[in-house]
Ligand binder design. Structure first.
Ligand code: SF4
Length: 340
């Protein structure tokens, strides 16, 4: 039996035509699955009983399973989810002042092995299918079933999204399609370590989706040490690309900078970051490192964090300090799955 979430609109339409289902059945099924978020085929009331029986016997409409969920006093909830082959991934639901943010994974584990990242410790298991990416959103939406306001989707969980390009693209089409989830691309962000060729292709295909780039270092050598991908994908090439294409972009690039005590948090580092990003319309998220027992890094003090952020601010950058929400529930990338 096929898992329905892995089938694109076009694939489903072809299959339904082959089975002599009515022309508009694909639209109806998409509405039930992605807009109304109802998995029980028997409740799809505008589809005939015979067609429902066909759908039920040919397609699996169950979502991926929740192994457990943990929450903190701010309402942030982290979900450990199990895929059909028993691999486990994470998704996080974060209540904000005026909306909810869903943090979604694109790979089980991650091949990039950034030194400060719990997911990096897990190694790479496999790419998630489009259905597994989409299914995380549906699981989280079920948690806030009666909420109809704005959702922010950040593809910032486990994995490097641009290394799972085809499935990412199919999932984004379902997120943004008016026939499916109908989420504005402006409310979607992909976070990348900077894989240049797929990044260029991505921005051409999805010009309104926001890009968040994991910088995390003030020079090449430091970045190559912290993020081994940087030996292959040179920081200068990526920054030149952002600078050269700034007029084509309708949003500013977000630079993520995980602040590691005594490693990349000095005033000299802040000075080098200010120089590196000159000429790129951007904002900078300074993220004090969220301590993990398995990793050797430490969290800088509030004073050190503020000094770093203030320096960049004085140089004219928009800077937001993001203390990790949900430290109590281990919401840094990979921590919950790592414990399993
Ligand atoms: S920080 Fe992101 S890219 Fe780096 S290892 Fe972790 S999940 Fe992978």
């Amino acid at each position: 039996m096929k898992w329905i979430y892995d089938l694109s609109y076009e694939m489903l339409k072809t299959e339904f035509a082959g089975a002599n289902l009515k022309k508009f059945t694909t639209d109806q099924v998409f509405q039930w699955l992605y807009f109304k978020n109802i998995q029980d085929v028997n409740l799809w009331s505008n589809i005939s009983k015979t067609d429902r029986q066909f759908l039920e016997s040919n397609y699996n409409t169950s979502l991926i399973g929740v192994v457990r969920a943990t929450g903190d006093e701010h309402g942030t909830r982290k979900f450990l989810l199990e895929l059909h082959d028993k691999l486990r991934i994470e998704a996080v639901l974060i209540p904000e002042k005026h909306h909810f943010t869903f943090c979604i994974s694109t790979q089980a584990g991650c091949p990039l092995a950034c030194r400060f990242c719990a997911t990096g410790l897990l190694g790479f298991k496999r790419n998630l299918t489009a259905g597994e990416i989409i299914s995380q959103i549906l699981v989280l939406k079920n948690e806030i079933r009666y909420y109809t306001g704005k959702l922010n989707i950040v593809l910032m969980g486990m994995g490097e999204p641009l290394l799972n390009y085809e499935n990412l693209e199919q999932a984004l089409k379902i997120m943004t399609s008016a026939k499916a989830m109908n989420i504005s691309p402006r409310n979607i962000t992909i976070s990348t370590s900077g894989i240049l060729e797929p990044l260029k292709r991505f921005e051409k295909t999805f010009p309104r989706v926001k890009i968040s780039f994991s910088l995390n270092a003030s020079d090449d050598l430091m970045r190559e040490t912290l993020m081994p991908i940087s030996k292959k994908e040179k920081l200068a090439d990526i920054l030149d690309y952002f600078r050269d294409t700034k007029l084509d972009r309708i949003h500013r690039i977000t630079f993520e900078y995980v602040l590691l005590k005594g490693v990349n948090d000095s005033t000299q580092d802040a000075r080098k970051v200010a120089a590196l990003l000159r000429g790129i319309p951007c904002k900078i998220n300074v993220i004090p490192y969220n301590r993990n027992e398995s990793l050797p890094f430490k969290t800088p003090s509030e004073q050190e964090v503020n000094a770093f952020a203030d320096y960049l601010h004085e140089k004219g950058y928009t800077v937001i300090v993001r203390w990790s929400k949900g430290k109590e529930i281990r919401s840094a990338c990979g921590q919950l799955a790592g414990e399993e």
